[in-house]
Design a protein around this ligand. Structure first.
Ligand code: CTP
Ligand code: MG
Length: 228
């Protein structure tokens, strides 16, 4: 079986409010995107597709892939305006593969154990999504900011990545949501739910597997990076 990782780095990083895009910000002496690439390079995936901005393709090739000698990154392609469009481009580039691991380049602390759990789950159930139980109570609010519902905390999980799927499941599901112009797709699991009405399997992620989104996440990352 062939395993392909699609690593996403085509976002604008608007919530980070920084001059330089967050995926290229310096963390522990390396650009942020280095960490996710390194984790997958060292894992058992065969092939990595890096999805980045049109303007950054050359920079990524020379300053990241060649510089750090990542040998599994066989393609660097440009993404779309929304995350799900970037994923779709990655899936189209993947073509002949059996299993695809979709990972946010903005999650530097993914580990081999997490990657492996999503793979094992996919071999058994067709999907494996890294996730953690919420720590805080979650409320559903109405448009006027009145809390209207409190889901039981035992059943509320926060989705992380990698989100891993059989290629034969996720590719047609993505084609369907794109054809039907469904909007507001914020993760890949949703695509399976919406297109196929199929539940995805959650596996244990990690509270360290954070997505770098806002400036305070960088402060936390500076602490975590000292431990790897
Ligand atoms: N991403 C992408 N293509 C997009 C949007 C996002 O490849 N059009 C990637 C980001 O680079 C990131 C991951 O998807 O690695 C998760 O997205 P997010 O954290 O939302 O990053 P940004 O979209 O860059 O940030 P923001 O939403 O604050 O602008
Ligand atoms: Mg975004």
């Amino acid at each position: 079986m062939k395993y392909t990782a699609v690593i996403l780095a085509a976002g604008k990083g608007s919530r980070m409010n920084s001059g330089i895009q967050k995926q290229y910000m310096e963390l522990g002496g390396f650009p942020l995107i280095y960490y996710a690439l390194n984790a997958f390079e060292r894992s058992r995936v065969d092939d990595i597709i890096l999805v980045t901005g049109q303007e950054e393709v050359d920079y990524c090739r020379t300053e990241i892939i060649e510089k750090f000698q990542f040998r599994k990154v066989h393609q660097i392609i440009s993404g779309g305006d929304e995350r799900y469009l970037s994923v779709f481009r990655g899936l189209c580039a993947a073509e002949s593969t059996d299993l695809v691991l979709i990972h946010d380049g903005a999650r530097p602390f993914v580990t081999d154990d997490i990657i492996e759990r999503t793979i094992q789950s996919t071999l058994q159930y067709g999907s494996g999504i890294a996730a953690v139980p919420v720590k805080d109570t979650v409320k559903i609010a109405d448009d006027k900011q009145f809390a209207v519902q409190t889901p039981s905390r035992d059943h509320v999980w926060m989705m992380q990545t990698p989100q891993t799927f059989l290629y034969s499941l996720i590719k047609p599901a993505y084609e369907k949501v794109i054809e039907q112009r469904i909007q507001n797709i914020t993760d890949d699991a949703m695509v399976l739910e919406l297109a196929l009405g199929r539940s995805v399997k959650l596996v244990k992620g990690s509270y360290r597997n954070i997505k770098i989104t806002t400036p305070e996440d960088m402060e936390i990352a500076e602490i975590f990076v000292k431990k790897i």
